[in-house]
Write a protein that binds this ligand. Sequence first.
Ligand code: KG4
Ligand code: ZN
Length: 336
Amino acid sequence: MTAATNLILGIESSCDETALALVENGKIVQKNLIFSQVDLHQQFGGVVPEVASRAHVEKFPLLLEEIKDAMKNITAVAVTQGPGLLGSLLIGQALAKTVSSVYNVPLIPINHLEGHIAAVYLENDIEPVYPFMAVVVSGGHTHIYFVKEFGSYELVGKTCDDAIGEVFDKIARYLNLGYPGGPIVDRMSTEGNVDAVQFPDVDFPKRKRKYDMSFSGLKTACIVAHRKNPTVKIEDLLASFQEHVMLYLARHTFDAAQEYDVGRIIVSGGVAANSRLKTLFADKGNELGIEFLSPELKYCTDNAAMIAGAGHWRMLQDDAFGVVEAAAGLKLEGLK
Ligand code: KG4
Ligand code: ZN
C-alpha cells in the first residue's frame, strides 16, 4: 500500500444485508463481505425489522474477525447513514463510531443511495464525469436524479407509490413464487412472451415533478390479469409486466437525460441487476448517443464496498474537517 492509498472500511446495515468491505481509492475492492439475511426473512415474505437488527448484532463481529489483520491500514471508515431501517442503521453506525475512535480515523456518513451510485466505479475502469443522470432502483426507491457534481443531486422524478423492486416482490409473493421477487421475475420472464398480456399506459395526473412515475396501478393490473385468467402462463404474464415496467422507466429516464443534456446515465440499486433493464437501456443509449452504465452484478444489490467507494469520493471533495464534523452528528445534506 502506497502512502497515497486511501483504504476505507465500508459498513452497510440499512436493511437485510450485514456487510463490511475494504476498498482502495474508491475502486479496488480488497474485501467485500456480506452476510445475507434473505433466508431469515423468507418465511415472512419480507424483511422483519427486529429480526434484521438482531442478525446485524450477531454477524458484524464475525465479519470483522475476517478482516482484523487489515484494520491497522485503514485511513477512514464510511457508514450508511440512511435511509433504511432505524434499528439496523444504528447498529452499523455504533460499529463505525467505535472503529473511528479506536483507529483514530475519520468517520464518513454516506447516504445509501449515493453508495448505490458510487458502486459503478468499483472494479471498473470508469472515472466520475459530471453531470449525469442517476437512476436508483431498488426495493425502496425508484428515483431519477440530475447529478451536477459529487454531492449535488436534483430529484427530477420518482415513484409516487411503490418502488419497482417492491412491485416485483409483491407480485412474486401474490403468485407464491418466493422472495425476493425481482430475480425470480427476471429469470421466469426470459421464458415468456412480452406481448402475451396487455398492460394499460399509466394515467398519472397527480405528478409533482415532470418525470414522476407510478407503479402500484401496474402491479394491480398484473394481479387483476391473473385473477381474470388464472390459466395464463405465469412466464408470459411476468414477461409482459416486466417489459411494460422497464419501457416506462426507460422512457422517463431518457426523456430527462435529453432535457438535461447529459451524456451519461448510471442505473444502480438492486433492480439494476435486471437483465431486461440492461438490454433496453443499452439499446436506447446507443440509439441516442448516451452512455449507459450500471455496476457489476454483485455490486448492484446492497453491499458495503459501494459505501466505502462513496466515502472515497466524498473525502476527495470535502476537507477532512467537514467530513469529521458531519460524522459527529451523522448529518449530511444530500439525497432524499
Ligand atoms: O438495493 P437492494 O439490494 O436493497 C434495497 O435497498 O432495497 O434492492 C433489492 C431489490 C428487491 O426488491 C429485489 O427484488 C430487487 O432489488 N432485485 C431485482 C433483481 N435483483 C434484485 N429486481 C429485478 N430484477 C432483478 N434481477
Ligand atoms: Zn439498496
